[in-house]
Design a protein around this ligand. Structure first.
Ligand SMILES: C[S@@+](CC[C@H](N)C(=O)[O-])C[C@H]1O[C@@H](n2cnc3c(N)ncnc32)[C@H](O)[C@@H]1O
Length: 273
């Protein structure tokens, strides 16, 4: 028996990590229903998918949300990917609850999505593929509301695995579009490694889309320079050319019925030459 590596499955999802035992011995959730969005830094599984106009906040703030319509970092990045990426498969790296993977499949692309958090991957697959039909969203610090998952199940063209963005389990030049959503800020010293690994996965002419948020709550200001200047320099140094970018895209995070956070994100699309 040589030449074959076998990897364990978690609720049917391949665990494609160098050390899968580390995940499996750490009491991972055994199903989407048991997975916890807080374990991947998200308030709940559903609201990260929704446009701000559906949040329904009170008063003038609610009117402002309505005025944003569909505008959010994912919508802008998905627009860039659809516009600039050549035909071919797409990859959502660090997919969280699968917000970009859902857009990629809806745009007609064969899509892979992975995250190193088993909670994220089981939730994303459960929500998108129809095994999780109900979930809860917080109404207050102690209150929860049961909600129906508001998407039609995706039955083809979407696959998940549990993997590390620094060592993605795909052959070089496998994808026409690779997305890094809200991933780089928290990566510290690993950010460069993840960027290089993601670039390798792109075919020539393929597009890397990135969303990076301003970490601290900040008012967009002409005098504050964007925090990701280094990122743009790194993309250029790797031979990627920026084809479109948009700064100060509002990202509204719904924590509770009356608790929201607003951040401003920078969205970049860069082409591999
Ligand atoms: C802030 S969430 C963003 C999720 C999603 N991309 C989005 O835009 O909503 C960051 C995600 O990156 C994942 N992550 C962090 N480091 C990772 C790594 N080295 N490999 C894979 N996923 C990672 C986390 O588990 C988490 O789900």
């Amino acid at each position: 028996m040589s030449g074959h590596l076998t990897y364990p499955l978690l609720d049917g999802v391949p665990v494609l990590l160098a050390d899968p035992v580390s995940v499996l011995s750490g009491s991972p959730p055994r199903s989407a229903a048991a997975a916890d969005p807080a374990k991947c830094g998200l308030p709940d599984p559903v609201t990260p998918h929704l446009p701000p106009s559906l949040f329904g906040a009170p008063g003038g703030f609610g009117q402002w949300l309505t005025s944003l319509g569909e505008t959010c970092p994912d919508a802008v990045a998905a627009g860039f990917g659809s516009k600039h990426a050549p035909p071919g498969p797409a990859l959502d790296v660090g997919c969280g609850v699968g917000t970009m993977a859902r857009r990629m499949v809806t745009a007609g692309r064969a899509t892979w999505a992975f995250d190193r958090s088993p909670h994220a991957v089981l939730l994303a697959r459960g929500l998108l593929c129809g095994t999780l039909q109900q979930t809860v969203i917080p109404t207050s610090r102690r209150g929860l509301r049961r909600v129906k998952v508001p998407f039609k199940p995706i039955t083809t063209n979407l696959q998940f695995c549990i993997a590390d963005a620094a060592r993605p389990p795909f052959a070089p030049e496998s994808f026409a579009w690779v997305h890094l959503g809200d991933l780089m800020d928290d990566m510290g010293d690993d950010a460069g490694e993840v960027l290089v690994a993601s670039e390798k996965l792109l075919k020539h002419g393929g597009i890397l889309t990135l969303t990076t948020s301003y970490g601290a709550p900040a008012a967009p200001s002409e005098t504050v320079s964007p925090p990701e200047e280094e990122l743009l320099e790194a993309l250029e140094a790797m031979g990627l050319s920026v084809v479109e970018q948009q700064d100060r895209v509002p990202q509204v995070i719904r924590d509770y019925d009356r608790g929201f956070r607003i951040r401003f994100a920078h969205i970049v699309a860069a082409r591999k030459k």
